[in-house]
Design a protein around this ligand. Structure first.
Ligand code: HEC
Ligand code: HEC
Ligand code: HEC
Ligand code: HEC
Ligand code: HEC
Ligand code: HEC
Ligand SMILES: [Ca+2]
Ligand SMILES: [Ca+2]
Length: 406
C-alpha cells in the first residue's frame, strides 16, 4: 500500500515538474512567449503567494492578462503565446527604451512602478530583469504588493492623477476615487479623447494622431473618450457607473481572476456576476438574452457606420494600423493612410467607429449614452447634417438598437 502511494506521489511530482519547466521559461531567442519569467526580485513568491493564490493562478492563466497561457499549453505543452492570442503583450518588445511611454500598460515592471508611485514615475528607471526578446505578461506582482509580503493591492489613486489625457477636464476630475478599480482605470481608459479632435489645429494627419487606443471601458463609462457632436445633449444617466467596486464587481465576482463578466459559447451568454446584476435586473435569463441581442445589434451598427464612411471614400481596416485608407486597404498600412479629413465631424465619426469597434462591452458599460453617440455618428454621416435622419436608411438590426436613442 505505502509503495503504491509513494509511486503515485512521485508521478504527480514528476508531472508537476514537467508542467512547470514548460510554463516557467520564456525562450529569449523567440518573439512569442513560451512561459512566465520569474523575476529574481520576487522569486516564486511573485505569483505563488500561498494557498489562497492557487485557484487565482489557474484563473489568471486562462485570462487575457495571463496571455491565455494555460489554454495555449493545454493544447500543446511546447506551444507559445503568439501575437494572435495576446497582441498587447506580444506585438512589440515593450521593454526596449523606444517603447518607454507604453511600458506602464504593456509591462508588469512598468505598471508596478507606475501604480506604486504615479507622481514620481519615470519610465527611464524601469529595470527589466529579462534577456533577449523575453516579455512580461500582467503578472500577479504587477497588481499585488509582493515586496512587503502583504499581497495587498497597489493603489495608483484617482484617475485624474493617472490619466494619459487632460480633456475633458471637468469630466475627468468628476471621476471619484474608485478604490480597487483605480487599478483597472490606468490601462482601460484610453490614451486620446475625442476632445483632442475639437482642439486640433491641423486634422490632415493619419489616424494614428487621434487613435483613442483599445479596450477603453473606463472612458466609455465616464464619458471621457467619445467624440460628441456640437449642438447635441448627452445623458449623464448611467446606472452602472455607481455600482460599488465598478469593474471589480462585474468582472471579478468571487475574486474571479479570469476577469470575465460573462462567458459566451456559440453566441449563448452566461452571466458570471449574477449576484451583482440581480440587485437591479430581476430576470437574469432575460438579461442574458438581451446581451446576446444587443451584442449583435451593436456589431451591425458599427458595420453600418463603416459602410457610410466607405461611401465617402474612407475605408476602415481594423487589422491594419492606422486603420483608415483612401481605398480598401487589404492590410497595407502606411504610407497610404487616409489623411484628407474633410472636417472635424467626419474625423470624429471615424474616431468613434474605431473606439467602439475596440470596446466590445460599450453597450453594457453605458447603455443609453452609447446609443446616443452612435445615433449622432450615423445621423451626421448619412447626409452631413444632424437632422434626426439616422434610422431612415438603416438596416433592421441597427434600427432596433437605436430606436428611442433620440
Ligand atoms: C509569473 C507568475 C509565476 C511565478 C513567478 C512562478 N510561477 Fe509557478 N506557476 C504559475 C502559474 C500561472 C501556474 C499554473 C497554476 C496551476 O496550474 O496551478 C504555476 C504552476 C507551478 C507548478 C505546477 C504545480 C502546481 O502548483 O500546480 C510548479 C511546480 C511551479 N509553478 C513552480 C514554481 C517555482 C519553483 C517558481 C519559482 C522559481 C515559480 N513557480 C514561479 C505562475 C508562476
Ligand atoms: C497594466 C495594464 C492593465 C491593467 C492594470 C488591467 N488591464 Fe485588463 N487588459 C490589459 C490588456 C493589455 C488587455 C488585453 C490583453 C490581450 O488580449 O492582449 C486586457 C484585457 C482585459 C479583459 C479581457 C478582454 C478580452 O478581450 O478578453 C478584461 C475583461 C479586462 N482586461 C479587465 C480588467 C480589469 C477589471 C482590471 C482591473 C482589475 C484590469 N483589466 C486591469 C491591460 C490591463
Ligand atoms: C494607458 C494604457 C496604455 C498605454 C500607455 C499604451 N497602451 Fe497599448 N494597449 C492598451 C490596452 C488596454 C490594450 C488592449 C487592447 C487589445 O488587446 O485589444 C492595448 C493594446 C495594444 C496593442 C494591440 C492592439 C490590437 O491590435 O489588439 C498594441 C499594438 C499596442 N497596444 C501598442 C501600444 C504602443 C506602441 C504604445 C506606446 C506608444 C501603447 N500601446 C501604449 C493600453 C495602453
Ligand atoms: C489586474 C490586476 C490583478 C492581477 C494581475 C492579479 N490580481 Fe489578484 N486581485 C486583484 C483584485 C482587484 C483583487 C480584489 C478582488 C475583490 O476585492 O473582489 C484581487 C484579489 C486577490 C486575492 C484575494 C482574494 C482571495 O481569493 O483570497 C488573491 C489571493 C489574489 N488576488 C491572487 C492573485 C494571484 C495569485 C495572481 C496572479 C496569478 C493575481 N492575483 C493577479 C487584482 C489582480
Ligand atoms: C455593469 C457591469 C460592468 C461594469 C461596471 C464594467 N463592466 Fe466591463 N463588461 C461587462 C459585460 C457584461 C461585458 C461583456 C459584454 C459582451 O461581450 O457581451 C463587459 C466587457 C468588457 C470588456 C471586453 C471583454 C471582451 O471579452 O471583449 C472589457 C475589456 C471590460 N469590460 C473592462 C471593464 C473595465 C476596465 C471596467 C471598469 C472601468 C468595466 N469593464 C466595468 C460588464 C461590466
Ligand atoms: C444599480 C443597478 C444596476 C445594476 C447592479 C446592473 N444594472 Fe444593468 N442596467 C440598469 C438600468 C437602470 C439599466 C437601463 C439603463 C438605461 O436605460 O439607460 C440597465 C441596462 C443594462 C443593459 C442594457 C439593456 C438594453 O436594453 O440595452 C445591459 C446589457 C445591462 N444593464 C447589463 C447588466 C449586467 C450584465 C449587470 C451585472 C454584471 C448589470 N447590468 C448590473 C441597472 C443596473
Ligand atoms: Ca520567447
Ligand atoms: Ca442626418
Amino acid at each position: 500500500m505505502e509503495e503504491i502511494k509513494k509511486k503515485a506521489a512521485e508521478e504527480a511530482i514528476g508531472k508537476a515538474m514537467v508542467f512547470a519547466i514548460n510554463t516557467h521559461y520564456d525562450n529569449p531567442e523567440t518573439a512569442e512567449i513560451e512561459g512566465v519569467n520569474v523575476n529574481p526580485e520576487f522569486g516564486c513568491f511573485g505569483c505563488h503567494f500561498g494557498k489562497e493564490a492557487v485557484p487565482r493562478m489557474v484563473e489568471w492563466g486562462r485570462s487575457a492578462h495571463g496571455g491565455h497561457l494555460l489554454e495555449v499549453k493545454e493544447k500543446d505543452l511546447s506551444a507559445a503565446i503568439s501575437e494572435d492570442v495576446a497582441p498587447a503583450w506580444v506585438h512589440y518588445d515593450f521593454k526596449q527604451p523606444n517603447w518607454q511611454v507604453c511600458q506602464k500598460c504593456h509591462t508588469s515592471t512598468g505598471f508596478r512602478n507606475f501604480a506604486s508611485d504615479p507622481d514620481n514615475y519615470n519610465p527611464a528607471n524601469n529595470t527589466f530583469l529579462l534577456s533577449g526578446q523575453q516579455k512580461e505578461l500582467l503578472y500577479c506582482w504587477a497588481c499585488h504588493k509582493v515586496e512587503d509580503r502583504s499581497f495587498g493591492l497597489r493603489n495608483p489613486g484617482k484617475f485624474e492623477k493617472t490619466a494619459e489625457y487632460s480633456e475633458p477636464a471637468d469630466r475627468i476630475s468628476a471621476i471619484p476615487d474608485l478604490g480597487e478599480a483605480n487599478l483597472c482605470m490606468v490601462c482601460h481608459s484610453g490614451r486620446i479623447s475625442g476632445e483632442a479632435i475639437k482642439k486640433a489645429e491641423d486634422i490632415k494627419k493619419h489616424f494614428g494622431a487621434f487613435n483613442s487606443h483599445y479596450l477603453a471601458a473606463g472612458g466609455i463609462i465616464f464619458r471621457t473618450l467619445p467624440y460628441e457632436f456640437d449642438g447635441r445633449e448627452y445623458t449623464d444617466f448611467n446606472p452602472h457607473q455607481n455600482i460599488d467596486g465598478l469593474c471589480i464587481a462585474c468582472h471579478m465576482p468571487n475574486e474571479d481572476h479570469t476577469f470575465e463578466a460573462v462567458v459566451e459559447e456559440n453566441g449563448k451568454v452566461e452571466i458570471k456576476a449574477k449576484s451583482v446584476c440581480e440587485k437591479c435586473h430581476k430576470d437574469l435569463e432575460e438579461l442574458a438574452k438581451t446581451i446576446e441581442e444587443r451584442k449583435k445589434q451593436y456589431e451591425e451598427t458599427l458595420k453600418y457606420i463603416e459602410q457610410l464612411l466607405a461611401e465617402k471614400g474612407i475605408y476602415y481596416d481594423k487589422a491594419a494600423y492606422p486603420y483608415f485608407y483612401p481605398s480598401p486597404s487589404g492590410g497595407r498600412g502606411p504610407p497610404n493612410a487616409f489623411t484628407d479629413w474633410p472636417d472635424k465631424d467626419t474625423l470624429g465619426s471615424a474616431y468613434n467607429l474605431n473606439l467602439f469597434a475596440r470596446e466590445p462591452g460599450a453597450f453594457v458599460h453605458n447603455p443609453s449614452y452609447v446609443k446616443q453617440v452612435l445615433y449622432d455618428t450615423i445621423d451626421y454621416l448619412d447626409d452631413g447634417e444632424l437632422n434626426n435622419s439616422a434610422l431612415e436608411k438603416a438596416p433592421e438590426e441597427v434600427k432596433k438598437f437605436l430606436e428611442g436613442a433620440r
